[in-house]
Design a binder for this molecule. Structure first.
Ligand code: A2P
Length: 279
């Protein structure tokens, strides 16, 4: 596969990643192995998903060389701060049984509602990430669920710019202000729940457009994300769907169709607003 985005540091990242949230135990191992055998080369996990060990096992059992797989994990929210982040990163490497990962993300920003010193917490956590990056143990570092005001604050003290920001992004809820801010600052946006956890797939607008293109609504959501320069991370434990979700590169949406999806009323929001809750 030669479908890659180029990050602001010059590194490449496969344009579609395999999401693993809520995949557990044997099902997680099987799903990641299926994904690798079907052509995915980018796997997204997190310490808080409780499946880093399963992801590592699946990769080592898959027959695909470690260096050919792009592996992302994330720092658990309860372990923010400089020392904690360094310690937790080593635990992530141990759980995955790897000596480096391709991308490490701060899973959730500290927010003003829950932390009076939220700016300092995020800044100190990022300092640890910069150290991990400089040591070569994470080939890329980035963020997840950061809104423009969290990003602006972080960029005041950051020595290195985050290369990605992973946010909730699907038809009906795609946070255009965050997308615009990230694109202006050369930060690639990754989409978590690009299918709205499956909840947007029956929407009439999407069903109609998918019929025009002879694709499924899931494929339409993913083609739309790619057309907007975003990296989708669809999750599935079902082999037919895993296959379906990577077969989207040839679906070309017109600017009118893109606008139609962009202008859908809010629908399918998870309720996980970064300033209101922590994950
Ligand atoms: P399952 O894992 O049982 O196959 P998201 O990536 O937006 O979080 O969505 C994940 C949800 O969507 C899961 O419930 C997954 O179910 C379902 N899903 C994934 N791919 C497809 C697809 N191609 N068609 C329908 N549902 C899908």
């Amino acid at each position: 596969m030669d479908h890659f985005y180029t990050l602001s540091n010059g590194n490449s990242i496969p344009k579609i990643g395999f999401g693993t949230w809520q995949a557990k135990g044997h099902a997680a191992v099987a799903a990641v192995k299926d994904a690798l055998s079907l052509g995915y080369r980018h796997i997204d996990t997190a310490a808080s998903y409780g499946n880093e060990a399963e992801v590592g096992q699946a990769i080592s059992q898959s027959g695909v060389a470690r260096e050919d797989v792009f592996v992302c994990s994330k720092l658990k929210t309860t372990y923010r701060g400089y020392e904690n982040a360094l310690t937790q990163f080593e635990k992530t490497l141990q759980a995955l049984d790897m000596d480096y990962i391709d991308l490490y993300l701060i899973h959730w920003p500290a927010n003003a509602k829950m932390h009076s010193d939220w700016e300092q917490i995020n800044s100190e956590t990022w300092r640890a990430f910069e150290e991990i990056y400089r040591a070569g143990k994470a080939r890329n570092i980035g963020l997840s669920n950061f809104l423009p005001h969290h990003l602006q604050s972080l960029l005041k003290t950051a020595e290195l710019c985050p290369v990605v920001n992973q946010i909730e992004f699907h038809p009906g809820y795609f946070q255009p202000d965050v997308l615009a801010f990230c694109q202006q600052n050369d930060i690639l946006v990754e989409a978590w729940s690009p299918l709205g956890r499956g909840n947007v797939l029956q929407h009439r607008t999407l069903v109609q457009l998918a019929a025009v293109h002879g694709c499924t609504t899931a494929q339409l959501c993913l083609a739309w994300a790619l057309a907007k320069g975003v990296l989708p991370l669809p999750k599935s434990v079902t082999p037919d769907r895993i296959r379906e979700n990577i077969g989207v590169y040839d679906i070309q949406l017109s600017s009118t169709e893109l606008k139609k999806i962009d202008s859908m009323l809010e629908f399918g929001f998870s309720g996980m607003h970064p300033d209101e809750v922590e994950f």
